[in-house]
Design a protein around this ligand. Structure first.
Ligand code: UDP
Length: 237
């Protein structure tokens, strides 16, 4: 099948892995996402993944409860490694070859992030899961997704969410919310549309990588977006 995008960076939030449980990982949900990823990987799409850690820890939330912010961010980055290992296991049970590359060295679990090696894995058809965010506190895994997308030369960033794309206001609170089919990064910042943090948006804008914000809960959406079907909201420079 002719895919519109050949090299894809898929960003999945930690919360997407928790399913209906309020915390942590739901193995059935992880398997379900893994099977959707496996489908496109088998057809030759080069796939890098960045998974968040919000289902376990977020540095800011811990800081609000009195922890040191940097310590909280370290805990958040470790949470992304737990999620990456869970996703790696699920993808391997689908029969895919995978590698986890961490921004913080944990050589007993996974490889360190080495850009050239990551590209080589992708060329060989392995799914590469980029763990531990950027390796630096005060940043998010959205920024890590844009950074890794830039480094591997991704054609597109797919940002998986719980809603159908970017709306002019919160679609959960407002049933008249309007879905954008396309919007540019500058308007996302100006209109304060809460899609990604501004660090991530400005990096994507400067590096001219488009993002598609789409609903991961609709089955088949990962493949549809990579095929270039009109799914979600396309954010361009
Ligand atoms: N984090 C960090 N630096 C990074 C990426 C993540 O310090 O480069 C920490 C931060 O505390 C963040 C947590 O890891 O809150 C989990 O990541 P994120 O909130 O982006 O996860 P998501 O919301 O996508 O599940």
């Amino acid at each position: 099948m002719p895919f519109r995008y050949q090299t894809v960076l898929l960003k999945i939030s930690g919360e997407a892995l928790q399913g209906q449980t309020g915390f942590g990982l739901d193995p059935d949900t992880v398997d379900d996402i893994a099977s959707q990823i496996a489908e496109v990987s088998r057809e030759g799409v080069r796939l890098g993944l960045v998974i968040g850690g919000g289902n376990i820890f977020r540095g800011q939330a811990l800081a609000d409860r009195g922890l040191n912010r940097v310590t909280g961010d370290h805990m958040g980055m470790l949470a992304t490694v737990i999620n990456a290992l869970a996703m790696q296991d699920a993808l391997e049970r689908q029969g895919l070859e995978t590698r986890v590359q961490s921004a913080i060295r944990m050589v007993e679990f996974c490889e360190p992030f080495i850009r050239r090696r990551a590209i080589r894995h992708l060329e060989k058809g392995r799914v590469v899961i980029f763990a531990a965010g950027t390796g630096n506190p005060y940043l998010t895994t959205d920024t890590a997704a844009v950074l890794r997308a830039s480094e591997i030369g991704a054609d597109i960033i797919l940002k998986a969410t719980k809603v159908d794309g970017i709306y002019d206001c919160d679609p959960v609170k407002n049933k008249d919310a309007k879905l954008y089919e396309q919007i540019n990064y500058m308007d996302v910042i100006k209109l304060k549309l809460r899609v990604m943090d501004t660090t991530a948006i400005s990096l994507a804008m400067e590096n001219r990588i488009p993002t598609i914000v789409f609903n991961l809960q609709t089955k088949g959406n990962i493949k549809k977006t990579i095929l270039g079907e009109p799914v979600g909201t396309l954010v361009t420079e």
